[in-house]
Design a protein around this ligand. Structure first.
Ligand SMILES: Cc1cc2nc3c(=O)[nH]c(=O)nc-3n(C[C@H](O)[C@H](O)[C@H](O)COP(=O)(O)O)c2cc1C
Length: 144
């Protein structure tokens, strides 16, 4: 969240990092025009898109502004943008940055998080959006 409103970009390079303390990592490209604004803000919210949100992924990957125009979102308790309908959101404080080739490795401290029960994440594989396959029923598995 910047003084002039929310900013964001599509970022697949995201991972859990540490459980105690809870930390995540993400990798913005060095050419990213949005990352410097997030760096200045000192905090960010990772929105894990749900499997029906591919258009949002495309929208936030397109060059230029106006990514939030017409997009439904609310503020988290920490004042960060949470997109409507996401599978999960993770509010983070910026902890540190490391060089990572033509990307930057960003470490964030998790402050708050939430998830939509039953929601599944959007995946990107071999240049295409896809989704997690439904588990195949196994008659020998008591959990299925
Ligand atoms: C599915 C998908 C995954 C992406 N993952 C990343 C990523 O991990 N890191 C990154 O810097 N850009 C990633 N991008 C590209 C950025 O979203 C895109 O370059 C965007 O225009 C950057 O905007 P910015 O210049 O405002 O930062 C991804 C794009 C798509 C469609």
């Amino acid at each position: 969240m910047t003084p002039s409103g929310p900013v964001g970009f599509t970022c697949q390079a995201f991972s859990a990092l540490s459980l105690s303390p809870p930390q995540v990592l993400l990798c913005p490209g060095r050419a990213s025009t949005t990352w410097p604004a997030i760096r200045s803000a000192g905090s960010f919210c990772v929105n894990v898109l749900a499997e029906d949100q591919a258009p949002l992924s495309d929208r936030f990957a397109r060059a230029g502004g106006g990514r939030f125009e017409g997009v439904e979102w609310t503020c988290s308790a920490g004042g960060l943008p949470v997109l409507h309908g996401v599978a999960a959101w993770i509010e983070c404080g910026l902890r540190s940055e490391f060089p990572g080739g033509d990307h930057t490795i960003v470490r964030g401290d998790v402050r708050r998080l939430g998830a939509t029960p039953g929601s599944r994440p959007l995946l990107y594989f071999r240049g295409q959006y896809t989704r997690i396959a439904e588990p195949t029923a196994d008659p020998d598995d008591p959990d299925m």
